[in-house]
Design a protein around this ligand. Structure first.
Ligand code: AMP
Length: 283
């Protein structure tokens, strides 16, 4: 695996790779890698000739400065995991390589309602920051395929909108969520949980399974209340949202007739750690 830190040098390598007609897959990450990230790398290796993983903790997508400061940093282990996974290129840029003109936002991306609902509501500005960094990475790497995890369901919808807005030729591939045996979705944030908290955290998966098993028989507003109560009585201190939404637009629904495909989405706190998860209800 070759590590690139400078945009110009990586761009040269990409141009050369494209000249030989090779396909390029991009997997953007913020590091602290786990098996969930590696499943994206594996999907890219399977589909593409060259896989580029980026590790960049993007300051513009953190609405909470403490969250940014506490973001886990484990670069030597990340490099080892990427080497073992068969990844070809690691892009490890500095903030100035990504934002040579500073981190003040210039572009505003019109992602519609996605900007204000669910994660957008609780993390104002977050998706603009995500669009900004992914746009920049797409410009630099110019991949044929962009691999994103279903774990961040709303982010996937945002990125699919972004590639349309910026008329990017990359195809977005969504890779399904990798979970612990307990059902807990793997996340870099899990590193901040104690063993006891980790056990409770699996409750979010159990709650989503409950929704999946009952959403056709219990009215949606009722099921949302049950699900919230379940989390609050099973180790979660605060629930930002539990909702069922149109799986394509993420518009919240109160009745099954309102959308053809549905997804359940949740965000809740265990201690100071905010966890998100989702489950597609209709296949
Ligand atoms: P992050 O480093 O948290 O920004 O995540 C980088 C990419 O990995 C995103 O596309 C995430 O959705 C994806 N990802 C994170 N956790 C998982 C998981 N448990 N399963 C599959 N993909 C994941």
């Amino acid at each position: 695996m070759i590590i690139y830190r400078e945009v110009a040098v990586l761009k040269n390598k990409i141009a050369e790779t494209r000249q030989y007609g090779k396909t390029i897959g991009l997997v953007p990450t913020m590091g602290a890698l786990h098996s969930g990230h590696i499943s994206l790398i594996s999907a890219s290796i399977k589909k593409c000739d060259i896989t580029v993983c980026s590790i960049f903790v993007n300051p513009t997508q953190f609405n909470d400065p403490t969250d940014f400061e506490k973001y886990p940093d484990n670069i030597s282990n990340d490099i080892l995991m990427l080497e073992n996974s068969g990844c070809d290129i690691l892009f490890l840029p500095s903030v100035t390589e990504i934002y040579p003109a500073g981190t003040d936002r210039q572009n505003h991306y019109d992602i519609g309602e996605l900007e204000y609902i669910f994660e957008g509501k609780y993390r104002p500005g977050h998706f603009q920051g995500v669009c900004q960094v992914v746009h920049r990475l797409l410009d630099i790497v110019d991949p044929h395929y962009l691999f994103m995890g279903q774990k961040d369901y709303q982010q996937c919808q945002v990125i699919m909108r972004l590639v349309q807005i910026i008329k990017c030729r990359a195809e977005v591939i969504i890779v399904k969520t990798v979970r612990e045996n307990s059902g807990l979705a793997m996340s870099s944030r899990n590193l901040r949980l104690t063993e006891e908290q980790k056990k409770s955290a699996a409750g979010i998966f159990k709650m989503l399974m409950y929704i999946k098993n009952n959403f056709t028989t219990i009215p949606i507003p009722q099921i949302n209340i049950y699900a919230t109560d379940y989390l609050l009585t099973n180790g979660f201190q605060k629930v930002d949202y539990v909702a069922i939404a149109d799986a394509d637009t993420l518009h919240p629904v109160n009745d099954l007739s309102e959308a053809a495909r549905l997804v359940a989405l949740a965000a809740a706190f265990i201690g100071e750690v905010r966890l998100i998860d989702n489950m597609v209800l209709t296949d």
